[in-house]
Design a protein around this ligand. Structure first.
Ligand code: PLP
Length: 388
């Protein structure tokens, strides 16, 4: 039995998504820019997908711009705002995804000033920190809706309220929250919001940026002027149709799915607590402050990379930090920013449960984790004894 506990890295596409994408390629393969019936059919399907994505986050369809994924949507938001100004100040957090952090670093090289707000020990920043960091030349605040590693939910709605009427744009990366908690652009008070297809049981390589009506940003990809000039290139029709289908199903199912993911996660935690000592949960541990399926643990006396490999061999798929940059063994920038002790950095393991994970799987996974951690600790002790 293989148990997939890496749902924050990617999710299994809904069967309906695959079917809709195949039908698009087979029956509706026209270029939506065409003025003939083939083009019009494709255009109509694309706009239905735009409606579906808009409905998921309470936005109007014409505020949705399709992109090549969450990374590109983050780039478009940040570089798109900066493109309108020669200089200025940006506020973000030290725990953002690399798609945001690396844009900010690039803009610093170009003369922009950036404040990276440090989180508390649970990975959270406060509205007060954002208010204090504001400067007369602040153009943009970009704060993720929830962190992809430790699952901490950020106070984006409070930040939105605080910024209202100040002439500072607010972007949030909601890649990890769509489909897990309520995401409503009006309630959050954001000007821009990032969505990724493959985190909501949709396809990879497609996402969307919500840009509030009236907000003016520059494109980062130039060409034929598709997506109303904001994202050129012939549209990724199968991806867009798949994203629309995933958005539609996620809108109907997310509350139940989030409960199921949480139930599996909580069952894992209870079982691991029964079987093993010497581990801690990184990040907040309360339902209001943490994503329902997220679990981030550190184990005393264990090397996280070794544990990950052993778990894989035993059939449990997890991740060491953020799997988007897998293959990397540097300590997590998120845990570092949270000032976690060295042993926590070295032994970190992220397990992200999805609605498909059963309680039986969660229990079995906890047993496997406990066995492998005990085995590693024994091996470590034996090595220490041998060295004496
Ligand atoms: N932002 C966050 C918070 C993420 O977790 C990820 C991917 O894991 C991304 C952005 C990038 O999205 P994509 O994989 O669609 O480029």
């Amino acid at each position: 039995m293989r148990i997939y506990l890496d749902n924050s890295a990617t999710t299994r596409p809904y069967a309906e998504v695959g079917a809709a994408m195949a039908a698009c390629m087979r029956d509706n393969w026209g270029n939506p820019g065409g003025i003939h019936s083939f083009g019009r059919d494709a255009y109509a399907a694309m706009n239905e997908a735009r409606e579906q994505v808009g409905a998921l986050i309470n936005a109007r369809a014409d505020e949705i711009y399709f992109t090549g994924g969450g990374t590109e949507a983050d780039n478009l938001a940040i570089m798109g705002v900066a493109g309108r100004f020669a200089r200025g100040h940006i506020i973000t957090t030290a725990v953002e995804h690399a798609a945001v952090l690396n844009c900010c670093r690039r803009l610093q090289e170009r003369g922009f000033a950036v404040t990276y707000l440090p989180p508390d020990g649970e990975g959270r920043i406060t509205v007060g920190q954002v208010a204090e960091a504001l400067r007369p030349d602040t153009l943009l605040v970009s704060v993720m809706h929830a962190n992809n590693e430790v699952g901490t939910i950020m106070p984006v709605a409070e930040i939105g309220k605080m910024l209202a009427g100040r002439g500072v744009l607010l972007h949030t990366d909601a890649v990890q929250t769509v489909g897990k908690i309520a995401v409503d652009v009006a309630a959050l008070g954001v000007d821009m919001l990032t969505v990724s297809g493959h985190k909501i049981n949709g396809p990879k390589g497609v996402g969307a940026l919500y840009v509030r009506h009236g907000v003016d940003i520059e494109p980062i990809i130039l060409g034929g002027g598709q997506e109303r000039g904001l994202r050129s290139g012939t549209e990724n029709m199968p991806g867009i149709i798949g994203l629309g289908q995933a958005a539609e199903l996620t809108r109907k199912r997310w509350r139940r799915q989030a409960d199921e993911a949480k139930r599996a996660r909580d069952c894992f935690v209870a079982e691991l607590g029964r079987l093993l000592d010497g581990w801690v949960i990184n990040g907040a541990w309360d339902d209001q402050a943490r994503l329902p399926g997220n679990l981030h643990l550190s184990f005393r006396g264990v090397d996280g990379a070794a544990l990950l490999l052993l778990l894989d061999m035993a059939g449990v798929a997890a991740s060491a930090a953020s799997a988007c940059s897998s293959g990397r063994t540097e300590p997590s920038h998120v845990l570092q920013a949270m000032q976690a002790e060295d042993w926590r950095l070295r032994s970190a393991l992220r397990l992200t449960f999805g609605w498909e994970n059963t309680v039986q799987e969660a229990k079995r996974a906890a047993q496997i984790v406990a066995e492998q951690v005990k085995w590693l600790r024994q091996a470590e002790n034996a090595a220490d004894d041998g060295a004496e």
